[in-house]
Design a protein around this ligand. Structure first.
Ligand SMILES: Nc1ncnc2c1ncn2[C@@H]1O[C@H](COP(=O)(O)OP(=O)(O)O)[C@@H](O)[C@H]1O
Ligand SMILES: [Mg+2]
Length: 201
């Protein structure tokens, strides 16, 4: 199916829910027939950005690379999803300008909850001083000021956060039916049916 490309950009601290939500958005869109590609920070660091570390310079390089690939995909009508901490506001905003069709999702969660969750066991190590330059502990994180979507993952279920994202994408017209050569009513319905089946709507 033909559809407009855009970039869905997740930002937030480690363990806030970026990958969890990005993977589900990708799977739902894919199943519904959209062309979609996910660039996850942890995966990108094993290939596209292999060898880069966690200095400010290397972090910026990593995020700009992800942004550039999202730009290439989006302009070719692929939905690009990025899920990386992307701690610096000016870098995110630069990518927003480069891409234009850019939807920022802030996965927001208080540090206490993340330390409690400690999905990868990294906070324990960072707090013990075993890992340097850990975002939120010993390295900065600049919250988005105007994210299109803010998911509060300490208060919402995954389903609720996911529904918020889809509602916004629809409101912005990225998943809207045109009845013409773009999205058809059937395609739009396929997304809704899938969300409903999963209990998200
Ligand atoms: N509303 C929510 N959205 C996303 N993840 C959530 C939510 N509520 C709880 N979680 C949990 O938080 C964790 C997020 O981990 P992950 O997605 O790997 O974070 P990140 O990619 O941001 O480092 C998962 O264990 C997930 O089940
Ligand atoms: Mg992740």
């Amino acid at each position: 199916m033909e559809h407009k490309g855009f970039t869905l950009w997740f930002t937030g601290l480690s363990g806030a829910g970026k990958t969890t939500l990005a993977v589900q958005v990708r799977d739902i869109l894919k199943e519904s027939g959209y062309k979609v590609e996910l660039l996850d920070g942890d995966v990108v660091r094993t290939n596209l950005s292999k060898g880069l570390g966690f200095s400010k310079e290397d972090r910026d390089t990593n995020i700009k690379r992800i942004g550039f690939v999202c730009h290439l995909l989006s302009r070719n009508n692929v939905i690009a999803i990025a899920s990386a901490i992307s701690p610096y506001r000016d870098v995110r905003d630069g990518i927003r300008e480069q891409i234009g069709d850019f939807v920022e999702v802030y996965a927001k969660c208080p540090l206490e909850v993340l330390v409690e969750r400690d999905v990868k066991g990294l906070y324990k190590k960072a707090l013990a001083g075993e890992i340097q330059n850990f975002t939120g502990v010993s390295d900065p994180y600049e919250e988005p000021l105007n994210a299109e979507v803010v998911v509060e993952t300490d208060k919402e279920t995954e389903a609720e956060s996911l529904a918020k994202i889809f509602v916004k994408l629809k409101a912005l017209g990225y998943l809207a039916s045109t009845g013409g050569d773009g999205y058809t009513k059937e395609e739009e319905k396929a997304v809704e049916d899938r969300l409903r089946a999963l209990g998200y709507l």
